[in-house]
Each structure stands twice: as structure tokens, then as C-alpha cells.
Ligand binder design. Structure first.
Ligand code: SDX
Length: 428
């Protein structure tokens, strides 16, 4: 028998359907609530509110579970490639070897961007943050592919936009870095793999054809997989709500990049390293900073700690911490900031404040240490997060469009002035 919930309000009782997902999560469907009672719900930050039903990613915050289309992140991080995971997230199934080869070939053929992008890039000052540059350059793709603006294009044309997005983001990301360094841009080399091509565009110079270290390419592949999707997080919700107005995929992804930039979201990986550097420069006194994080009168927070969903541990952080040790060892890199991170983690995990509030290291706590070791500068860390998250954003946008979901338009409770008459300025 279908489960129901009863809501008693102003002497009325309304029955609401309860829906259950494939992992036994349950929700009260309030679609009819306002029409039948005139009442809405209020949930700032949507901490208790589901925005959709999705078959893409499953998280269990208590058990530290993360699965893409049913496959455990631990297996995908060890066994898969980023483009294979991108195919899985976007099209719903692991590709056959023929499908994957065709997908990789299509992407390799679309890595170049229109030459006019360089004129747009030249308009940015060298101190422009790469996330701001990247968001703008992705939005500019609508100018070069105006057909992408029509939301009702054929499946083939929408898929063409999906392929171009995945193919061109590494080029735009590397070029946003070159702008920062005031170095000439490096064009993609379609004979290289996805990660290798990006690394080469980042670090090559007209006078230096950078040899990509396979350890670095492998570490990047794993990091991109670990960042690929995370259900209805802030930036994915942004991509969905922008796409729900039938804006193009490029415009929706550009908005997602802007949302990811914030230090409470993807910008945390940059903020973590800045925090660890501050602790190192302050003599490495982690106890002092743990105390600051616990002090409600102090706005300082341990960046890279805490999560809206994970209240036990973030499975990605576990994998990345192990990878950090491996990569630094293979590259022979000594980073005192890694030692501070481990010490900080130990102190915090043994502190009641963090245990009671369920605050554990999240995906951003260790990722920056690997990015540093492979030569990525700090203000490019969130760009790396965006590179990884792109397939997830695309999958969420595609699912929302295929399900014909309505434009996102929440209600509110008004708390402003009640009606009053206009007073001419001479009488105020
Ligand atoms: C990502 O949603 C996703 O899936 C995101 C993400 C993804 O893959 O897309 O996983 C990626 O964004 C990871 C999170 C990166 N952000 C940070 O590391 C920034 C530091 N962490 C936070 O600011 C915070 O933990 C959030 C933003 C991540 C979560 O915030 P919530 O769920 O809104 O929780 P909250 O701010 O209401 O905090 C609850 C309590 C508060 O104390 P009280 O007011 O109840 O006394 O915990 C405290 C907070 O003060 N708290 C922290 C803390 N995080 C929360 N105290 C110290 N240090 C922290 N980091």
C-alpha cells in the first residue's frame, strides 16, 4: 500500500504521498500542498528539501557511500578512466570498448576553440582569477555555436554540444592559466589522451615541449574521476535551475563554474592550502587553529572540513589522502604542508566539537596537496575541480531536460512592510 503522510494545519488534515527511492530514501511529495492548503514549506539552504528525483549519483552521508550510476567510487577511481566515467554519468551505462573509442575520438576532434577566443582572453588582466576567466570563456561558446541557444534542438545537436563542452573545457582551462602567467597559449594535441593533453597545454611553452610524467597524468585521472559528480550540490543545482529556464548548456555550465568558485564549495581546495600555509607560517601550531575553528565568536573555519551530507567521512577524502602519499612519494616531493594537514586532521578527529558536529575532512582537504605536487598553482585548484565536475553537471542538466522538469521558481514568506501610501518627497 502507498505510504502517506498526514499534515494537520488550522484544523484541516491533508494527506500527502510519501515516495521511496531505489536506496529506500523517502520523501513527502508536497507538489499539491499550496494548491490545497495555501501553505508552503520553508527550508533555508534546502537542508531537508529534495529538488528532484535522479538516477545519476547516490550518496549515503552516514555510511560514507558514493556511487555513480550504481558503481562505487572506490572501484571507478582505481579501475576506470575519466572519459569512461564521463560516458557512464552522461549516458547511464559503462561504454563498450567501441563506444568508448568513438567517444574519445569525437572528443579529440573538438578540442580546438575558435581563434577569436584568444581576443576575448587578451581582454583579461593577468591578475584575473582563472575561475572568472573560465566562466566567461565557457559562456562565450554560445557566440561561436549559436544553435546551442535553441533548447529544443535535436538529440544529435544537443549531443554535439555535450561533446564540444567536454572537449573544449581543458583548452579553455589551460588558456585561463596561460593568461594568468602572461604566457602564449598552447594549442591542443589531438594525439594525446585527455589528461596528458591538458597537462601539456598547461606547462608547455613555445620553447619547451613539456614531457608529461605518467605519474602526474594518472594522478589527474583519479582526481577528475573523484570530482565528477555529487548529486544536488550547490553548483549542480545551479546548472539545473539555469537549464530549467531552457538556457543553453554552455550558459548553464558557466553559471555552475561561478557557483563552484565560492570558498564554501569548490573554492575550498584553494582556501585549504592558504589555511595550511598560514598555519605553517605561524609555526605549525594546529591546536591554535582548531581552537579558533571551535570559537563561535571567531569567523575562522577549518577549510576542507565538514559537509552538508557526509557526517561520518567523505569517501573521496580517504582515497585522495592515500593518493597524496603515493604521488608525492613517486615524484620525490617533500611538502611540509602535507604533514601539517595530517596533524590537523588527527587533532580535529579526536576533538569532541568536530565529532559531535560530524565534521570530517572532505574532498577538498587533501586534493590541493596533490595539485601542488604536480605543479598546478593554487588559484587553478578550483578550475581543476570544474574540469572534473563537468560530466556531472552535463548529466544533471541532460536528466532535467529529458524529464521535462518545470522552470525552477521557489516561493517565499514575505516579511517586509505591509501596504502604505506614497509620500511626496517634500512631505517626508
Ligand atoms: C564541497 O554539497 C556537496 O556535495 C559539495 C561537494 C561536492 O562534491 O560538490 O562535496 C564539494 O563543497 C565540499 C565542502 C567544501 N567546503 C569547505 O570545506 C568549507 C568549510 N566547511 C563548511 O563551511 C561547512 O562545513 C559546509 C559549507 C561544507 C557545510 O555547511 P552546512 O552543512 O551548512 O553546515 P553549517 O554551516 O550549518 O555548520 C553546522 C555546524 C555549525 O556550528 P553551529 O552553528 O551548529 O554551532 O558546524 C560548524 C558550524 O559552525 N561547522 C564548522 C565547519 N563546518 C561547519 N566549524 C568549523 N569548521 C568547519 N569547517
Amino acid at each position: 500500500m502507498a505510504k502517506k503522510a498526514e499534515l494537520h494545519i488550522d484544523g484541516e488534515i491533508i494527506e500527502l504521498p510519501v515516495i521511496t527511492g531505489t536506496e529506500n530514501e523517502t520523501a513527502i511529495d508536497i507538489s499539491r500542498l499550496r494548491a490545497e492548503t495555501g501553505v508552503i514549506t520553508l527550508d533555508k539552504g534546502f537542508k531537508n528539501t529534495g529538488s528532484t528525483q535522479s538516477g545519476i549519483t547516490f550518496l549515503d552521508g552516514e555510511k560514507g557511500i558514493l556511487r555513480y550510476r550504481g558503481y562505487a567510487i572506490e572501484e571507478l577511481a582505481e579501475e576506470s578512466s575519466f572519459l569512461e566515467v564521463a560516458f557512464l554519468l552522461i549516458y547511464g551505462e559503462l561504454p563498450t570498448s567501441e563506444d568508448l573509442a568513438a567517444f574519445e575520438k569525437e572528443i579529440s576532434e573538438h578540442t580546438l576553440v575558435h581563434e577569436d577566443v584568444r581576443s576575448i582572453l587578451d581582454g583579461f588582466p593577468s591578475k584575473a582569477h582563472p575561475m572568472g576567466v573560465l566562466s566567461s570563456l565557457v559562456s562565450s561558446l554560445t557566440a561561436f555555436y549559436p544553435k546551442s541557444l535553441d533548447p529544443n534542438r535535436s538529440v544529435e545537436e544537443i549531443n554535439g554540444t555535450i561533446i564540444r563542452s567536454i572537449a573544449k573545457l581543458p583548452t579553455l582551462a589551460a588558456w585561463s592559466f596561460k593568461n594568468r602567467m602572461r604566457q602564449p597559449v598552447i594549442y591542443p594535441d589531438n594525439s594525446l589522451g585527455y589528461c596528458e593533453n591538458f597537462i601539456r597545454m598547461m606547462f608547455s611553452l613555445p620553447t619547451l615541449n613539456y614531457e608529461v610524467n605518467p605519474v602526474v597524468a594518472s594522478a589527474l585521472n583519479k582526481l577528475l574521476i573523484l570530482h565528477a559528480d555529487h548529486e544536488q550540490n550547490c553548483s549542480a543545482s545551479t546548472v539545473r535551475i539555469v537549464g530549467s529556464s531552457h538556457a543553453s548548456l554552455y550558459a548553464s555550465v558557466s553559471a555552475g563554474i561561478a557557483a563552484l568558485w565560492g570558498p564554501l564549495h569548490g573554492g575550498a581546495n584553494q582556501a585549504v592550502i592558504e589555511m595550511l600555509e598560514q598555519i605553517k607560517d605561524d609555526g605549525g601550531d594546529v591546536d591554535k587553529y582548531v581552537a579558533k575553528a571551535k570559537d563561535r565568536s571567531d569567523s575562522f573555519r577549518l577549510m576542507g572540513f565538514g559537509h552538508r551530507v557526509y557526517k561520518s567521512f567523505d569517501p573521496r577524502a580517504t582515497i585522495i589522502k592515500k593518493a597524496a602519499d603515493e604521488v608525492l612519494g613517486q615524484l620525490g616531493v617533500e611538502d611540509p604542508v602535507l604533514d601539517i594537514a595530517k596533524k590537523l586532521e588527527q587533532v580535529a578527529l579526536n576533538d569532541e566539537y568536530f565529532k559531535v558536529k560530524g565534521l570530517y575532512p572532505n574532498v577538498d582537504f587533501y586534493s590541493g596537496i596533490i595539485y601542488r605536487a604536480i605543479g598546478i598553482p593554487t588559484d587553478m585548484f578550483t578550475v581543476m575541480f570544474a574540469l572534473g565536475r563537468l560530466p556531472g553537471w552535463i548529466a544533471q542538466w541532460k536528466e532535467m531536460r529529458e524529464n521535462g522538469e518545470p522552470i525552477g521558481r521557489p516561493r517565499q514568506i514575505y516579511t517586509g512592510a505591509t501596504e502604505r501610501k506614497y509620500v511626496p518627497i517634500e512631505k517626508r
